[in-house]
Design a protein around this ligand. Structure first.
Ligand code: FAD
Length: 389
């Protein structure tokens, strides 16, 4: 089939970016992962390089200084990063969810004021949704914003907020009308820059996903300008952030895919080196069955991630596609990490090998960006919605 000129240009641009990314990962990331991860150190030098490469603006439109890449290319970037170190992909994920909320729903002034600085990485964003008492049921949030002249006064707390220590702003989900029914009509989304009353209370110590900052936050009479209410109208916050989470779920799915591929790579390689009973373990059928299942899971995940990213690029509602990709790819990452651990035997349990890190990183993916139980509910609801009789 002949490629048209625009498609060829996109393919060439994608190949260039992925090539540059591979070199960056091999030279600037891979050699440092063990040290940064083990000591839970923030990868500052890597972040600076990511800014130079334009990764903070990779999905932001060129009009605002971003690279304007498609979600399909973005998913490939995240997959490759996650083969090497999944934590790095989290640095741009919630940053871009925030940027997409502004790009899709912001006023012209909000877009002009924030998108160029988010694209360059001068502003580093995140999303503040989860609270100590609620994550899945976002409509139960209790952080409130009360209008006071040209400002809103925010009080409440947030939990598990990634990029909140080293970043400088958040897309902050609050209740502007706590009594509203249905509850979502009282929810709004703000661009919240750090300032008085906005406190990072604690950096959380995590099982995996180390190196990157995830924190508890508190807001005490924190004042945010009314001009920072995304879209300028109260009550649209839940819909705005849920739309952004479609991209977030494609990101997490691509991370699951990368992790699944990393575990497979480790297993394929180690099983040819390790010998038992006079032959490499890859020649034992029990190991071959594992490798075959791991490879098939990885490839199935890859196809679903690409399908979800394609639907996103078409501007379609794609919560079902993103949910399927997230569910399949993150379960693939989880299962492959466990299988790689078994194939490595005792060495899998050593902190000297990557498999141990993959095993600790994988569970986050089945929880974050909406648990996989929630993904099943979303898929089922859309299935009925799209097939009403
Ligand atoms: C490392 C890390 C980073 C994170 N980063 C961010 C971030 O940057 N920003 C942010 O806002 N949040 C972030 N989160 C929070 C994350 O999104 C939530 O943990 C997640 O959405 C689940 O919410 P919860 O922990 O409150 O679990 P809960 O909502 O309390 O759920 C507990 C269990 O109940 C199940 N459950 C809940 N409701 C239903 C239902 N209706 N039917 C069936 N089962 C159900 C869930 O699937 C889960 O198994 C992060 C979390 C972690 C661990």
């Amino acid at each position: 089939m002949m490629m048209n000129e625009a498609a060829r240009h996109d393919a060439d641009q994608e190949a260039l970016i992925l090539d540059m990314l591979d070199r960056f990962l091999a030279v600037e990331v891979q050699p440092h992962v063990h040290d940064l991860e083990y000591h839970d150190k923030y990868p500052e030098a890597i972040v600076e390089k990511m800014k130079e490469m334009g990764l903070f603006g990779c999905m932001i439109s060129q009009e605002y200084g971003g690279l304007g890449l498609s979600a399909r290319t973005y998913a490939k970037i995240i997959e490759r990063i996650s083969v090497v170190w999944m934590s790095i992909s989290g640095i741009i994920n919630s940053h871009l969810i925030m940027a997409m909320a502004i790009q899709r729903f912001g006023t012209d002034k909000q877009k002009a004021d924030y998108l160029p600085r988010l694209a360059s990485g001068e502003l580093r964003g995140g999303v503040g949704l989860t609270e100590p008492d609620c994550g899945t049921d976002l409509q139960a949030i209790r952080t409130v914003a009360v209008r006071d002249g040209d400002e809103y006064v925010v009080n409440g707390s947030k939990m598990w907020i990634t990029n909140s220590l080293y970043g400088n702003c958040l897309a902050l989900l609050v209740k502007t009308d706590p009594q509203a029914q249905p509850r979502h009509k009282g929810i709004s989304l703000f661009i919240a820059e750090k300032g008085e009353g906005y406190t990072v209370s604690k950096k959380l110590d995590k099982l995996g996903y180390r190196g990157i900052d995830t924190c508890a936050l508190s807001f005490e009479n924190y004042r945010v300008p009314a001009a920072c209410l995304i879209g300028g109208v109260e009550g649209n916050g839940l819909q705005q952030i849920l739309s952004g989470l479609e991209l977030g779920r494609i990101n997490v799915a691509a991370r699951g895919l990368g992790l699944s591929q990393a575990a497979l790579n480790e297993a394929v390689s180690y099983s040819q080196i390790r010998k038992t009973f006079g032959k490499p373990i890859c020649e034992h059928q029990a190991i071959q069955l594992k490798l075959a299942e791991m490879a098939t899971r990885t490839q199935s995940a890859r196809l679903l991630v690409d399908a979800a990213a394609h639907a996103f690029d078409q501007g379609q509602r794609c919560d079902m596609e993103a949910g399927m990709a997230k569910l399949t790819a993150t379960e693939a990452g989880f299962e492959n990490a466990h299988e790689a651990m078994r194939i490595f035997g005792g060495y899998g349990y050593s902190r000297e090998y990557n498999v141990e890190r993959l095993y600790r990183d994988a569970p986050l993916l089945v929880i974050g960006e909406g648990t996989n139980e929630l993904q099943k509910i979303i898929i089922a609801r859309q299935l009925i919605e799209r097939n009403r009789i």
